[in-house]
Design a protein around this ligand. Sequence first.
Ligand code: FAD
Ligand code: UQ1
Length: 414
Amino acid sequence: NHKCKLLVLGGGTGGCTVASKFIPKLGKNEVAIVEPADLHYYQPMFTMIGGGMKELKSASRPMSQVIPKDAVWIKENVANIDPKKNTVTTSSGRRIEYDYLVVSLGLELRYDKVPGLLEALEAPDSGVASNYSPKYVERTYRFLKDTKSGKAVFTFPVGAVKCAGAPLKACLISEDYFRRMGRREDVEIVYRTSLPVIFSAKHYANKLNKLCAERNIDVGFQQELVNVDYKAKEAVFKNLAKPTEMSSIKFSFLHVTPPMSPPHVLTTSPELIDAAGFLDVDKSTLQSKAFSNVYGIGDCTNLPTSKTAAAVAAQSGVLFNNLLNDMNGRTQKESYDGYTSCPLVTGYSSVILAEFDYSLEPLETFPMDQSKEHRSMFYMKKDAMPFLYWNGMLKGYWNGPGLMRKVFHLGMGR
Ligand code: FAD
Ligand code: UQ1
């Protein structure tokens, strides 16, 4: 059994970042992190790996190196949360008592929800790949290289996803790949999304619609992938606008973004979650609506913004200030504006850097029109961001680009 001031559930992006911030305040061994994984992945790299621009091994570090050294690492699964008793139980039955709790458990990938998909992802030569999992991301580039003709199909699932731009990035990078290889005339590019729009923030959606049209990508809306038959090379879609209407596409290559769900373990504490199963927090303060000593950050929360590491960075500063104030008996609160960012990689040397907040209106850092494709932003994404992540964010020193934006805009604009 263990007792600590601050308990952090999950040692991913949000968990490590928050733990690092509190250690200087709370001292050695007063912050504990429950995290079962051996490796911590920098998931934003997966998009580049799928395009053959980076190697998988460059996207991970041993968990032992990213969990701050003065934190206690409990290398187990969380099995039960009891916020009434301020305790968490692990899968081996260990009880951990806390004064304050931060929940940062991320999202679960649900490849199992699409019949035939797991078999297809396990079969060596199915042509089916997915950038979302370190298990399947290397298949993307392998099968891109194998695809000489036919259809390359890209999907977007129903429900909450992390990095909602990533399914389209996979599509645009692949399109650029085939063009550069001289195969674009022989490969049709098909994008099928469950959503009625290409992207949530309209300013960028306008640009992306135009880009897809110019690049001759066949875009279909409100289409949900409901079955994969890799032997027949067939993907079946349901028309969400007309649920009895099914259609099937014969593919050479299929990139799937899986359905995702909130961490199952949250169901052990129904008071903490909303109807959809996400941690129910105040959208400004990040505090649990049910328990004042519980906070949430990142993908497992119901914060009504797009789920990204960039959003986690901005949230971490707000969470830190608010929870520290609580700990010190101060009542003032800082507000999260919903800031999120998605570097939309549109090919092998260009990025549209979408940045927006709860209003879905652009909130851009750099003094230029970021809805245009930029080479500089490609290198920012490929080389600068990973460095900032490992050396700045996970160590607690990066609260997102808010300050940078104010400097660049000299106090003018949003
Ligand atoms: P995670 O970092 O996923 O961490 C959750 C942690 O909880 C994991 O370590 C997991 O092992 C642990 N856990 C789960 N269940 C349990 C349990 N029962 N007990 C204990 N521990 C548990 N973001 C960007 O900002 N820019 C991008 O360009 C970008 N691109 C992306 C591309 C792809 C393909 C993907 C997959 C993601 C991308 N993201 C991007 C999103 C970003 O990676 C996530 O939003 C971010 O990592 C969320 O952090 P988190 O702490 O909420 O969850
Ligand atoms: C960001 O802060 C962040 O988290 C570290 C990302 O995730 C990897 C991003 O992709 C982006 C774009 C940001 C925002 C940073 C700047 C400089 C605009």
